[in-house]
Design a binder for this molecule. Structure first.
Ligand SMILES: NC(=O)C1=CN([C@@H]2O[C@H](COP(=O)(O)OP(=O)(O)OC[C@H]3O[C@@H](n4cnc5c(N)ncnc54)[C@H](OP(=O)(O)O)[C@@H]3O)[C@@H](O)[C@H]2O)C=CC1
Ligand SMILES: CC(=O)[C@](C)(O)C(=O)O
Length: 331
């Protein structure tokens, strides 16, 4: 069984007296910067002037600086930029400001694993990757809890990289929930696979396909929304709390029988083969190449498909229903 690390296994004193630059104040940046500041660490943030996230950083009490300035000031430089811009900003603003003994920190291994960024040998390189969206990382920290994190050490120039990584994970709240050690390769390949085949790609396509099947058969779109999207969270919450068996304990026997006999008809050998092909493309770097090229040519495919999905009937139906529903109180 793998070892989890908790609060008592991490010592914030390793980061005592060190300035931590969080470069990029977006989903992860706004959360991790505030959490680390609340933990008593010395944090400086970088954000593009004139953007909404720059204003948000100011509103949250930071004085954002440029990426170059942040890297110059800091001992620990955490790059929380979009993966597709990290390489450009690293070479234009960060690399020249690195000093021996600094730490270069990521929350996803993409740019290191696919060798977009090749750091100097005299700095530590580690990752602290929350296993959850940034806004949740902040929300649960503020409530006294934390989102579980993965950590990995890619380069240990100081001999203390693992201690720094665990302290960093403590600063963002990860050790409150539990932190697991991995490698940059394992985090990168599994995270990309999860995003594509299960969490985002697989699930959104499943939800849309289910919705369209019901609507095309003449059922009310609102009913199809409730069945295929609204309830999904509630079912997954039960799986999250106690596994698939826990969810099955709570649903009806009728639903459980349906679950048992129908699942493999939807996610069949062909679907599993497709999953293996996605993973193969990720492992071979084909996805990484495709994503970096997509950005180089202005994201035509990304923008076209995103526009189509945003116009999908399930979005309009859902928006109207969410406005009308009295929300389940998550407090
Ligand atoms: N989103 C998530 O929940 C998770 C993300 N991660 C990883 O965290 C990292 C950050 O992702 P995420 O938080 O989603 O990214 P976001 O896109 O939410 O935020 C990135 C921020 O960086 C800003 N930015 C862009 N260029 C610059 C620049 N030159 N200087 C300063 N700021 C700049 C962006 O501004 P603008 O928007 O104006 O371009 C944006 O505000 C990635 O490696 C990602 O894989 C890991 C786990 C979960
Ligand atoms: C939240 C998370 O970890 C994702 C979906 O992989 C991401 O946003 O990168």
């Amino acid at each position: 069984m793998v070892e989890m690390y908790y609060e008592e296994d991490a010592d914030l004193n390793y980061l005592e007296g060190k300035k931590i630059a969080v470069i990029g104040y977006g989903s992860q940046g706004h959360a991790q910067a505030q959490n680390m500041r609340d933990a008593g660490l010395d944090v400086v943030v970088s954000e593009l002037e004139g953007t909404a996230n720059y204003e948000q950083a100011v509103e949250d009490g930071f004085e954002p600086v440029s990426a170059a300035e942040a890297a110059k000031q800091a001992d620990v430089i955490q790059i929380l930029l979009p993966d597709e811009v990290q390489k450009d900003v690293y070479f234009s603003d960060i690399e020249e400001n690195l000093e021996a003994g600094n730490a270069l920190v990521f929350s996803h291994g993409f740019n290191i694993h696919f060798e977009q960024i090749v750091p100097p040998e005299d700095v530590d390189v580690y990752m602290v990757a929350p296993k959850g969206p940034g806004h949740l990382v902040r929300r649960v920290y503020a409530k006294g809890s934390g989102v579980p994190c993965l950590f990995a050490v890619y380069q240990d120039a100081t001999g203390n990289a693992k201690d720094y990584a665990l302290a960093h994970a403590k600063g963002v709240g990860g050790t409150r929930a539990g932190v697991l050690e991995t490698t940059f390769q394992e985090e990168t390949e599994t995270d990309l696979f999860g995003e594509q085949a299960v969490l985002c790609g697989g699930t959104t396509e499943l939800v849309r396909a289910g919705f369209e099947t019901l609507v095309d058969a003449g059922y009310q779109p609102e009913i199809a929304y409730f069945e295929c999207l609204h309830e999904l969270k509630l079912i997954v919450d039960l799986m999250y709390e106690g596994g698939i068996a826990n969810m099955r304990d709570s649903i009806s026997d009728t639903a459980e029988y349906g679950d048992l006999i129908a699942g493999e008809q939807v996610i069949n050998d062909k679907s599993r083969e497709a999953m293996k092909n996605l993973l193969d493309d990720i492992q071979k770097g084909e996805f990484a190449k495709q994503w970096m090229l997509e950005n180089k040519v202005g994201r035509p495919g990304y923008s076209k498909r995103k526009a189509i999905d945003e116009e999908h009937q399930i979005e309009q139906v859902g928006e109207k229903l969410r406005d009308k529903m009295n929300w389940i109180d998550e407090e």
